[in-house]
Design a protein around this ligand. Structure first.
Ligand SMILES: [Zn+2]
Ligand SMILES: [Zn+2]
Length: 359
């Protein structure tokens, strides 16, 4: 169960941002572990901050109101708390910033290289291409790593220790407050907390590490591909920060409708009509397949709606094996017959009735 953040802050569901801020300030003061004498103050302080982090942020509050949680990571594990996001939504006084030193914000890893984002691309192919398998070139703009600096943003990939923070990635400031002296940690603005900065900025990418060129990725679409199939091209997504690992590219396949064949998993289905005489006497029927025309045997006495199977003339399965071609037959009855045909049919009819064939 998610925590009731409104209850924790003691505000109503329609509390304004100001109400929340006020309630938060009072409770944060009350439960701050350096101030409070209560034994569970630390726990309460954490809850209060967690509640304010959600309700103090318009987006998170909306999500929380709708789904009962601001995000899964926050609900299950408080370490997912992103303090920077919190403070953006809330605009605290300096003194309240101090409360947060020591949890959440300060421990951002130095030299952290973040992985690039995954990308999703949609590719539409014909049924014929899905049957044989094919390859496609996908052009992605500005997602690869800069070739000149390997995505690091530093000329020659060379870094130096950040002079502003001496490589710690943090600036620490002490401040005297009514509650005592607090140390306040902020992320170093010069190196964004990495602790290192480029000796000189890469000229090709101006330091962002992203390639300006089109990235052409060739993907192999396997035989038997179907609509909804998702292929992953490892490392073909957006390049990571500072030479971090790239994300992956996902290619989602749509197989276009075909004018002749309807696909049912690995089988292909077509509808054909035969004459009533072929239905009675049997015969042959030419049918289209993905490999050209094939001849299908029609047995004597074929009924309307019969489905005949041409084994192995369907779609190859992505897991191996091949489906069948299913031919659904309808029977055509001539609307007119000539005199001679009518005579023959009447003879056929009376002979059949004598034998009791037609009830
Ligand atoms: Zn620095
Ligand atoms: Zn570069």
């Amino acid at each position: 169960m998610a925590k009731d953040y409104y209850k924790i802050l003691g505000v109503s569901k329609d509390a304004s941002a100001d109400d929340i801020k006020k309630a938060y300030k009072n409770l944060a003061k009350k439960y701050h572990p350096d101030v409070s004498k209560e034994s569970d103050a630390g726990e309460k302080f954490k809850d209060v901050n967690e509640a304010a982090a959600v309700l103090g942020n318009t987006d998170k509050r909306k999500r929380y109101d709708e789904y009962g949680t601001a995000d899964p990571g926050l609900d299950q594990n408080f370490s997912g708390f992103d303090f920077r996001e919190f403070s953006q939504g809330f605009d605290f006084d300096d003194i309240f910033d101090n409360f947060f030193s020591g949890f959440g914000g300060g421990s951002r890893g130095r030299n952290r290289r973040s992985r690039g984002r995954d990308l999703l691309y949609e590719e539409s192919i014909t049924l014929e291409d899905a049957a044989t398998g094919t390859s496609k070139k996908i052009h992605l703009k500005g997602v690869g790593a800069c070739e000149d600096c390997n995505g690091t943003g530093a000329d020659g990939g060379e870094f130096m220790t950040c002079p502003s923070c001496d490589g710690s990635g943090r600036n620490i400031r002490s401040q005297r407050t009514p509650f005592g002296v607090f140390q306040m940690q902020t992320t170093c603005g010069t190196c964004q907390g990495h602790g290192q900065k480029p000796k000189s900025t890469c000229r090709s990418c101006k330091g962002d590490g992203k390639s300006r060129k089109d990235n052409v990725v060739e993907i192999k679409i396997p035989s038997g591909a179907y609509t909804g199939l998702r292929l992953r091209v490892e490392g073909a997504g957006e390049s990571g920060d500072r030479g971090g690992d790239p994300g992956d590219l996902y290619v989602q396949i749509t197989v276009q409708e075909h004018s002749t064949f309807e696909r049912h998993n690995d089988d292909l289905v077509i509808e054909r009509s035969i004459s009533f005489t072929t239905a009675i006497l049997g015969g042959e029927l030419d049918v289209p397949t993905l490999d050209g025309t094939k001849t299908l045997k029609i047995p004597q006495g074929t009924q309307p709606g019969t489905i005949l199977k041409l084994r192995g003339a369907g779609m190859p399965s992505i897991r191996g094996g091949v489906g069948d071609l299913l031919v659904k037959l309808s029977v055509e009855i001539p609307k007119k017959v000539n005199k001679k045909q009518e005579e023959l049919l009447r003879d056929f009819d009376s002979a059949s009735r004598k034998k009791g064939w037609f009830g």
